[in-house]
Design a binder for this molecule. Sequence first.
Ligand code: SAM
Ligand code: SF4
Length: 333
Amino acid sequence: MSEPQSTLTDRFGRRITYVRMSVTDRCDFRCVYCMDEKMTFVPREQLLTLEEMARLGKAFVQLGVHKIRLTGGEPLTRRNVMQLFNDLGHLDGLNDFTLTTNGSQLPKYAQQLKDAGVTRINISLDTLDAQRFADLTRIGKIEQTLDGIDAAIAAGFDRIKLNAVILKNRNHDEIIPLVDFARDKGIDISFIEEMPLGVISDHDRAEVYYSSDDILRDIREKYDLQAIGATTGGPSKYYQSADSDTRVGFISPHSHNFCDDCNRVRVTAEGRLLLCLGQEHSVDLRRVLRANPLDDAPLLAALQDAMQIKPKGHEFDLNAKPILFRHMSATGG
Ligand code: SAM
Ligand code: SF4
């Protein structure tokens, strides 16, 4: 693979090689930490088209991005979404093409995604209990996600990882069962601290905070987890025990800030480039895409210019006001 002529490097010398693109802000679940019960979604005409998303993804790869994650909302609920996976999947220079999903549509799509070039999949699963699953997702059914996990395993991705958001007194008693489940299935699992993105009415985020250190302590009551140096180019820190291939990751935006080696940016489904998960610095790429339908030079220049406003980092404070204007589903989690 030859080095690109120009790359994306910010003021702090961090090279941006990883882009998370939100395919839609809509979802077939309403998880209590992610969305409010009644959500207003972006009108469809304001979303980037799938063609515009593919064009943007290709521009990023031209600038040295070698990992793209498609996320949402629930990416697999967008109509004709396979078109986007097929357009991006086999790009020269893109060596990691990944998806974050709630799993509900994987029975239908897992094999097509594998064929399109998706290398790895993250599937969200916070509980193994059917009633709790219904409570936490408000409208989801656990069988959908469990069937989706099995479909992904059958399709044979390089790696599959579960993502679990742990909330005190809601599902913290399931940490070990979730690790057991991942080990039984031969897949990885990451635990995520809840982040204050968007206003939610279900709970007080400070009250349910359960830190990565607490989770690690709980798991060590059963398994001898040791830190390993492995990275998948994201914010997870990984651990493993000698008796299993399953890696246990921790995404700890509160307790272990991961900004110093940040290598990523996000794009919302409306085409807004977000330079930091926890700050509001952004650039309207939809305007650039639509003003220059046949010429990519202004788009490439806009991406490079945007690096000048990437902030040094973020601090989340559960007692301060949240990032108001976007929920995780709109941010592209
Ligand atoms: N719908 C897909 C899913 O659930 O995997 C993809 C989008 S979802 C926003 C991506 C990830 O963000 C999920 O693992 C979800 O659990 C996590 N998430 C959502 N809201 C969050 C929050 N406020 N804090 C931490 N993680 C959150
Ligand atoms: Fe939907 Fe994923 Fe948010 Fe749950 S976490 S509401 S599945 S976007």
